[in-house]
Design a protein around this ligand. Structure first.
Ligand code: TRP
Length: 451
C-alpha cells in the first residue's frame, strides 16, 4: 500500500459504503454492545452511546475519511503529512498497539463463536439446549478456549497471508444481509415471549440516574470500537475512496446502519434476558447464553442457532482481517518482510497476549489480574477506553486545527456544486465539540478530574 505506486480504489459508492460497513460490523454489535449495555444499567448506557456516535463518532469518522482521501496514504505517513510534523504519525503507531491489544481478546470471543457452531449442532444431536453451564465450561476451561483461539488466529493468518481477504470481504457483504434477517427472526421471537416488555423498558425507558463517569467513558469507547475509529483503519479506507463519494452522507449511512444492527441485537437479547430470568449483567457470556435459549422456542431452533453462529463467525473473520492488516502492512512495508511472515509475526504477538486474556476469564487462574482488572478486561479497557479516544483527540486536532478549514471543506465538498451548510457545522464539531468532549469524558472517566 505504498503511496508512490498507483493505489487501489473502491470502484463505486456502494463499494465504499459496503467496505466501511464491513469493517464496522462485527462482534462489537452482537456481543459487546449488549454485554456492556447489560453491565451499565441499560437505557442510560444506550443513550450515552447514541450521543457518542452523533457528537464524536460521526465527526471523527468523517475526519478520518477526509484525511485519508486528501493524503491518499496509509495512516502512518498520512498523519505525518496532514499534521506537517512526524510526531503525528504517532497516531498510526499507537494504532499498531491498539490492534494487537484488541485482537488479544477479540480472538478469544471469536473462538467461542466458532466453538458454538459445533456445540449447538452437538447439543441438537443429543436433544439438549445449550445453557449457561455450557458457556461456563468453555470460557472457564484451559485447553479448549486456547485451542479455538489458536485455530482462529491460524485461519486469519492463512487468509491474510494468501491475500484472499477480498474473497472474505465479498462473502461478508453477501452474507451480512442474512445475519440481519436472522437477527430480525430473533427479535420477533424474543419480543413475543412472556414478560419481554421488561427488556424493552430496560433498553429504552429513561434512567438518567444510572449515568456516571465510568458509564460515559465506556459508551464513548464503544463508539470508537464499533466504528473502527481512532487508530487509522478508517483513514486507510478513506485513502481508497473515489473522489465521487460524498463523504458525509456515506459516513452517516454507515453510522446509522451500524447503530441499527446493534439495537436489533439488543432487542433480541434483553427481552429474552428478562423473559428467561437471566442476569442482564452476566457479562461477556450474555450472547452465548441467550441466543440458544431464544431459538430453543422455535421449530428447528437448533438449525437457527447454528446458522446464527456461522454467520457471526464470518462477521468476526472480516473484522479480524481488518485488524491484523494494520500491523501486517506495517511490518511488510517498513520491515521489508513478506506479507505472510509479517502476518505470522503479528499473530504471534496477538497470541502471546491472547493466552493471558483467555486464561484470565477462567476462575482457575485468579492471579491473572492487574490493577484489579482481569487481563481480558484490562486489554479491552486500555484499547477502547484509552488508546482509541486519545487517537480520536489527535485526529480531531489534525483535522480541525492543523489542516486549514478550506482544505478540510474542500475535500468534504468534492463533487458538490455548492458547499452545504451541514459541512460547516461538521467542521465546527470536529474543531470544538469532539476534542473537548472526548477530553472531558476521558479525564472524568479515569478519575483525573471530577465534573
Ligand atoms: N468494529 C469492529 C467490530 O465492531 C471491530 C474492529 C475492526 C475495530 N477494525 C477495528 C475496532 C479497528 C477498532 C479499530 O467488531
Amino acid at each position: 500500500m505504498s503511496h508512490t505506486t498507483s493505489r487501489d480504489m473502491f470502484r463505486s459508492g456502494i463499494g465504499a459504503f459496503a467496505a466501511t460497513l464491513g469493517s464496522a460490523i462485527g462482534l462489537g454489535n452482537i456481543w459487546k454492545f449488549p454485554f456492556l449495555t447489560g453491565m451499565n444499567g441499560g437505557s442510560a448506557f444506550v443513550f450515552a452511546y447514541l450521543l457518542s456516535v452523533l457528537l464524536v463518532g460521526l465527526p471523527i469518522l468523517v475526519t478520518e475519511h477526509v484525511i485519508g482521501r486528501r493524503m491518499r496514504m496509509n495512516a502512518v505517513p498520512a498523519y505525518a503529512a496532514a499534521g506537517r510534523a512526524r510526531i503525528w504519525s504517532t497516531i498510526g503507531y499507537a494504532g499498531l498497539i491498539a490492534a494487537v491489544l484488541i485482537m488479544a481478546f477479540y480472538t478469544d470471543i471469536a473462538g467461542w463463536v466458532f466453538a458454538y457452531v459445533f456445540k449447538s449442532l452437538n447439543a441438537a444431536a443429543s436433544g439438549r439446549v445449550l445453557g449457561p453451564e455450557d458457556f461456563q465450561a468453555l470460557a472457564g476451561g484451559t485447553l479448549e478456549p486456547l485451542a479455538w483461539q489458536t485455530m482462529v488466529l491460524v485461519l486469519v493468518v492463512i487468509i491474510v497471508g494468501a491475500g484472499v481477504s477480498r474473497g472474505i470481504e465479498r462473502a461478508t457483504k453477501t452474507l451480512m444481509p442474512l445475519l440481519l434477517v436472522l437477527l430480525l427472526v430473533c427479535d420477533i421471537r424474543a419480543l413475543t415471549l412472556p414478560n419481554s416488555y421488561a427488556g424493552v423498558q430496560f433498553l429504552f425507558a429513561p434512567n438518567p440516574g444510572r449515568l456516571s463517569p465510568a458509564v460515559l467513558l465506556s459508551a464513548l469507547g464503544l463508539a470508537f470500537f464499533k466504528l473502527s475509529l481512532g487508530m487509522g483503519t478508517m483513514t486507510t479506507y478513506g485513502s481508497y475512496l473515489p473522489d465521487s463519494t460524498k463523504i458525509l452522507p456515506n459516513a452517516t449511512r454507515v453510522a446509522l446502519a451500524d447503530t441499527l444492527v446493534s439495537l436489533l441485537a439488543g432487542l433480541a437479547i434483553f427481552p429474552a434476558v428478562f423473559s428467561f430470568g437471566v442476569e442482564p449483567n452476566a457479562g461477556p457470556g450474555l450472547l452465548f447464553i441467550t441466543i440458544p435459549l431464544i431459538f430453543s422456542r422455535l421449530p428447528l431452533g437448533w438449525l437457527f442457532t447454528a446458522m446464527f453462529f456461522i454467520l457471526a463467525a464470518i462477521a468476526t473473520i472480516g473484522a479480524m482481517v481488518s485488524l491484523i492488516e494494520v500491523p501486517t502492512a506495517f511490518l511488510a512495508e517498513k520491515g521489508g518482510m513478506s506479507r505472510f511472515k509479517a502476518a505470522v509475526l503479528s499473530a504471534a504477538a496477538m497470541l502471546v497476549l491472547g493466552v493471558f486474556a483467555t486464561l484470565s476469564m477462567s476462575p482457575r487462574y485468579p492471579g491473572l489480574k492487574l490493577f484489579g482488572l482481569s487481563m481480558f478486561d484490562l486489554f479491552d479497557f486500555i484499547s477502547s477506553n484509552i488508546l482509541l479516544p486519545l487517537g480520536g483527540i489527535a485526529i480531531a486536532v489534525v483535522g480541525g486545527w492543523i489542516l486549514s478549514r478550506d482544505q478540510y471543506l474542500g475535500e468534504l465538498g468534492k463533487n458538490y456544486l455548492r458547499q452545504p451548510g451541514t459541512h460547516a457545522a461538521l467542521h465546527a464539531m470536529v474543531r470544538w465539540v469532539a476534542p473537548v468532549l472526548i477530553t472531558l469524558i476521558l479525564l472524568n472517566g479515569l478519575g483525573v478530574i471530577r465534573l
